[in-house]
Ligand binder design. Structure first.
Ligand SMILES: Nc1ncnc2c1ncn2[C@@H]1O[C@H](COP(=O)(O)OP(=O)(O)OP(=O)(O)O)[C@@H](O)[C@H]1O
Ligand SMILES: [Mg+2]
Length: 253
């Protein structure tokens, strides 16, 4: 049975999609079977794997809203071991249309039941908000992977995320837990980056991954080539960091 991990932080641009793509690809290389569910209408994880959004006939929206089996939306072997349930801008409609659906917070959970036994990991790349899509991810997930950018005010806003987590845990998903906290866009040259890492470690303790993702230009270039960094620039610092993270994720199980 797959472990369902939501990659979540309502703050924008902290490295959620970059982590969804590159961690999944690295796990695929380690022989794991991975499904990436793109749960953001921006579709950054979808294009990060080189899928052309204009050519997709079905996406996660169809699985959520018109009972299309999620299997029919999946693109297989985007990279070795990795399947993708893609998103297009169509998914933005779900945020509104879900409001009137029965058990609206649990739709993704039901949708994923169909594929859980086919993967080792299912990663849900969340949008930068705490709306109904994100709540669905919180209900569907076994655990959360929270990327935090190494910058001033890094912890700001996290209280809100943890509050949402507690709320969902209390009412709909009692076993929800934090899988890990990931420091992203770290710059070894700055004391600020070091301070932020220390501060986050103090707050989250051993939930914080040992692996820290450096700021690395190859990570920002790779999506425009539709490739994860392990294929675009396999010897880059970014690729090495995501490989190390993948190993850590396997060890944490
Ligand atoms: N470690 C890194 N080094 C350099 N650039 C990075 C790194 N991680 C992410 N980026 C770049 O920063 C931008 C934001 O990253 P990303 O899209 O992964 O964040 P996000 O949290 O998914 O954003 P959103 O909230 O909009 O979904 C992207 O342009 C990405 O290429
Ligand atoms: Mg994103």
């Amino acid at each position: 049975m797959a472990q369902v991990v939501a990659i979540i932080n309502q703050k924008g641009g902290v490295g959620k999609s970059t982590t969804a793509v590159n961690l999944s690809a690295a796990l695929g290389m380690l022989g794991k079977r991975v499904l990436v569910v793109d749960f953001d209408p921006q579709g950054n994880a979808t294009s990060g794997f080189g899928l052309d959004k204009d050519e997709l006939k079905l996406d996660v929206y169809n699985a959520l809203m018109d009972s299309t089996p999620i299997k029919e939306t999946i693109s297989h072997d985007a990279t070795e071991g990795v399947d993708v349930a893609p998103a297009t801008i169509q998914l933005a409609g779900a945020e509104i249309e879900l409001v009137s659906v029965m058990a609206r917070e649990s739709v993704l959970r039901y949708v994923l039941e169909d594929v859980r036994d086919e993967y080792d990991f299912i990663f849900v790349d969340c949008p930068p908000s705490l709306g109904l899509l994100t709540v669905n991810a919180l209900v569907a997930a076994d655990s959360l992977l929270i990327p935090i950018q190494c910058e001033f005010y890094a912890l700001e806003g996290l209280t809100k995320l943890l509050e949402s987590m507690r709320m969902v845990k209390g009412r709909l998903n009692p076993t929800l837990d934090i899988f890990g906290v990931l420091m992203t866009m770290h710059d070894v040259r700055t004391t600020l980056s070091r301070q932020v890492v220390d501060e986050v470690r103090e707050y989250f303790g051993d939930k914080v991954f040992e692996s820290v993702i450096p700021r690395n230009v190859k990570l920002s270039e790779a999506p425009s080539h539709g490739l994860p960094v392990c294929l675009y620039a396999p010897t880059s610092k970014g690729a090495i960091a995501y490989d190390a993270l993948a190993q850590e994720v396997v060890d944490r199980g």
